[in-house]
Design a protein around this ligand. Structure first.
Ligand code: AMP
Length: 422
């Protein structure tokens, strides 16, 4: 076969899609419990949005974006993440003017990054993310983290840990940035090319480097928590206190910086130690960001959010057998006249809320029974010559194997009474 899906993309076939739907439904239900509303933003945006919002020193923007010109020569980009679009929509639609200051949104859908595909890493992947905008309070940081933890708990994921850290406010970050530069200045020749670039533009990102990850300078680097201002420290202490009060287990991980330009105060990740994921795989992460909405010409607004990779959640869940949803009725016509009746009946059944299918191939009984089985039909409805003549159908309940002749006008009533309590 000549055509293949582009590298790094995956077809989600029907045997997997019900697992996806269940996960998506769970995420929607938990969002409703947290009073978080869905926001759907475009799959592509002006490239400038990501340059501004995500920051052009990030790997995502500098190396991984699917950027192209449209027919009018405008540069557009397939979204590599969800926060920028939500923030743009929040400003453009003046959501900040809502008297309800705290606005909580979720998004779910495909994201695109030109990365080297690997276990749990794709070029088109899916994220579920949450943004809570408008209120800068440690309580909202905790609301966000508790929601993330609730999700992994509801999924029954084992071996996952909440890692948290604080980057503090602008003043703390400035002091920390200087300390990092002092730490790395004399050893720049030992670090990769990218780290050398990061040194001036955003030294925090050096700690995120995938190449120099194990360099001894990384573990001996100064820690953010030592550079927090008094008020940033109080913010972080309150976050830790609230998490403990709620009996949420967490680890303070001073190496966690999440280098995106806009993060401040709390940053967190949910990390899995499940061997299926590879050591220390991040299932999701997020944090507080303070400058983002202003960066997009909105009023000064604080936000906190997180994103989960849906594929990674599914890997962590394991390849549980997909118990395929069956249909209610498989309609089995024998002969041309019966087929005419069968299409009438399937249409009528669907209009009455039943799921059903029929044989379109004019096969014999044996082949049709096999299909009823493969579709996990609760009932097989046989329509032979006799039935056509008598205006009845022969209904077989597959679980009990009981069989009955039913007048056409009683089909719905029969099904309703036999499916009660389902
Ligand atoms: P990030 O926006 O980089 O913080 O990513 C948030 C989450 O999205 C990660 O923790 C992963 O679970 C997931 N993720 C990021 N990049 C990819 C990718 N290329 N393929 C699959 N999942 C990804």
């Amino acid at each position: 076969m000549a055509y293949k899906a582009p590298r790094g993309t995956v077809d989600i076939l029907p045997d997997k899609s019900s697992q996806w739907m269940r996960l998506e439904q769970l995420l929607r239900t938990i969002s409703a419990h947290y009073n978080v509303k869905e926001m759907r933003t475009p799959i592509f945006e002006h490239t400038e949005l990501f340059n501004r919002a995500v920051g052009d020193t990030s790997d995502v923007v500098s190396k991984e974006m699917y950027t192209f010109e449209d027919k009018k020569g405008r540069s557009v980009t397939l979204r590599p993440e969800g926060t920028a679009g939500i923030a743009r929509a929040y400003v453009e639609n003046k959501m900040f003017a809502n008297p309800e200051k705290l606005q909580k949104y979720y998004y779910m859908g495909p994201m695109f990054r030109y990365e080297r595909p690997g276990n749990g890493r794709q070029r088109q992947f899916h994220q579920f993310g949450v943004e809570m905008l408008g209120v800068e309070s440690p309580y909202v940081d905790v609301e966000c983290m508790v929601m993330a933890v609730t999700i992994v708990e509801a999924l029954g994921l084992k071996d996952v840990k909440l890692h948290i850290n604080s980057l503090g406010d602008d003043e703390s970050r400035d002091a920390y940035r200087k300390a990092l530069q002092d730490h790395f200045r004399d050893s720049l020749d030992q670090l990769c090319h990218d780290c050398n670039e990061r040194f001036e533009k955003n030294p925090l990102r050096i700690l995120d480097c995938k190449v120099d990850n194990d360099h001894p300078l990384m573990s001996s680097a100064p820690k953010t928590l030592d550079y927090l201002t008094e008020s940033a420290k109080q913010h972080f202490e309150k976050v830790c206190e609230l998490l403990s009060d709620l009996e949420i287990e967490y680890v303070v991980d001073t190496n966690l910086v999440r280098g995106l330009d806009y993060y401040s105060h709390t940053v967190f990740e949910i990390i899995s130690d499940d061997p299926k994921m590879g050591q220390g795989a991040t299932v999701g992460g997020g944090g507080r960001y303070n400058g983002l909405i202003e960066e997009l010409d909105g009023p000064a607004t604080s936000g906190v959010g997180f994103a989960f990779g849906i594929e990674r959640l599914l890997i962590a869940l394991g390849n549980e057998e997909d118990d395929e949803e069956g249909i209610d009725v498989y309609v089995m016509p024998l002969g041309e006249e019966a087929k005419d009746l069968a299409i009438q009946i399937t249409t009528m059944l669907r209009a009455n809320g039943f799921s059903c299918d029929m044989d379109f191939m004019g096969r014999g009984l044996k082949g049709q029974f096999k299909s009823a089985d493969r579709h996990h039909a609760k009932f097989s409805m046989i329509i032979g010559e006799e039935e056509v003549k008598n205006e009845t159908v022969n209904m077989k309940e597959n679980a009990t194997r009981s069989q009955e002749n039913i007048p056409l006008e009683n089909i719905v009533e029969y099904l309703e009474s036999h499916m009660e309590g389902e």
